[in-house]
Design a protein. Structure first.
Length: 348
């Protein structure tokens, strides 16, 4: 029996849609309601967009420096954003009103991550500390996690889906796994990374640097399989779809590359007009959205053959559910957008 030929790589330089921003787009995230998108920008604005009509809904001015990092809580009720001066701004996801006054979290741009229950916001920055903030009082929860000297500069922080682990990507001091409650270090992996993403079941952690993507098993903290490397370009940032089957990575040659997690095969290569900084998937995994230096958010369709057969059947089942059930399942089955992609951009 002959093996069926692999699908050819889809290549495109024409997106399905383009959203015109004003400043460079540093971060992008999709709300769990699947109707809205949030973007962070170098002009100091956080913007909300209508995904159905493609129009901007609102601009929120942080009155700070250029916006850099951004996070959404899993239920979409909280938005957190940081600027390049280390201030954190928070808004309510439904009313779009500020939740609290901006506060100085670090001395420079910081990575942000909400805990799965939304009770804590973790921030980490170049000062080698991770701070945990109560989203009820917006006060620090105990002493910061101190990683040590300047070699421990924090690039990315990400909670596991259960909230049991906090993964911290540093510049040179490895990828550190901590218990966020006891503030105890559990493991130290690899050499360092710029981006992190967990699979939706929490069994795997993917890390990416300027040269490769690695996969780690959360029960042993050992590397899974070989290191992923591109023959033509280096992955910089990446995101994973809701089913944990497809990875989208940004590359140094202005492309967004789609990989299938099971066999690491390249599925599609989309050309971004200029230096993409951030990427995420739509909640149903059918589209990817990437923003960057060209002051645009570009949307591409994910090829159907990117989805394994089981994932397609599962998606068809979900689409057959009534809207209330589907909305409820989106909170339990799909990680929030900020967990899927680490928006550590630094606006190259």
């Amino acid at each position: 029996m002959t093996e069926e030929p692999a699908h050819p790589i889809v290549r495109s330089s024409t997106p399905v849609r383009a959203f015109d921003n004003i400043g460079d787009v540093a971060a992008v995230a999709v709300f769990p309601d699947r109707q809205r998108m949030a973007t962070n920008s170098s002009d100091g604005m956080l913007r909300l967009w209508d995904l159905k009509n493609g129009v901007m809904l609102k601009e929120m001015d942080g009155h700070g420096a250029a916006m850099a990092e951004m996070a959404l809580s899993r239920d979409g009720q909280l938005i957190a954003s940081s600027d390049c001066a280390g201030y954190v701004f928070t808004w309510h996801g439904e009313t779009d009103r500020p939740v609290t006054q901006a506060f100085k979290a670090h001395t420079s741009s910081c990575s942000l991550a909400f805990s799965p229950d939304g009770a804590t916001l973790a921030t980490g920055s170049s000062d080698s500390t991770i701070k945990l903030w109560s989203t009820e009082t917006w006060q620090l929860q105990g002493q910061p996690i101190n990683l040590g000297d300047s070699s421990s500069s924090v690039n990315c922080v990400r909670y596991s889906p259960s909230g049991e682990h906090l993964a911290i990507a540093t510049q040179y001091a490895g990828i550190q796994i901590w218990d966020p409650v006891k503030k105890h270090r559990i493991a130290n992996l690899g050499q360092g990374a710029a981006s992190l993403v967990w699979t939706s079941d929490g069994t795997r952690l993917l890390s990416g640097d300027s040269h490769s993507i690695q996969q780690w098993h959360s029960s042993t903290w050992k590397q899974v399989g070989d290191i992923w490397k591109s023959n033509t370009s280096y992955p910089r940032r990446f995101a994973m779809n809701c089913n944990g089957t497809v990875v989208a990575s940004l590359t140094t040659d202005n492309h967004v590359r789609l990989w299938r997690l099971s066999d690491r095969r390249t599925i599609a290569i989309f050309h971004h007009s200029d230096s993409p900084y951030c990427v995420t998937f739509s909640m149903d995994g059918k589209y990817i959205l990437a923003g960057g230096k060209d002051k645009k958010i570009l949307e591409w369709a994910v090829p159907e053959h990117a989805w394994p057969e089981d994932a397609l059947k599962d998606q068809a089942t979900r689409q057959g559910q009534d809207s209330d059930t589907k909305a409820k399942s989106s909170y339990t089955e799909i990680q929030d957008s900020e967990t899927k992609a680490c928006f550590h951009s630094r606006l190259l």
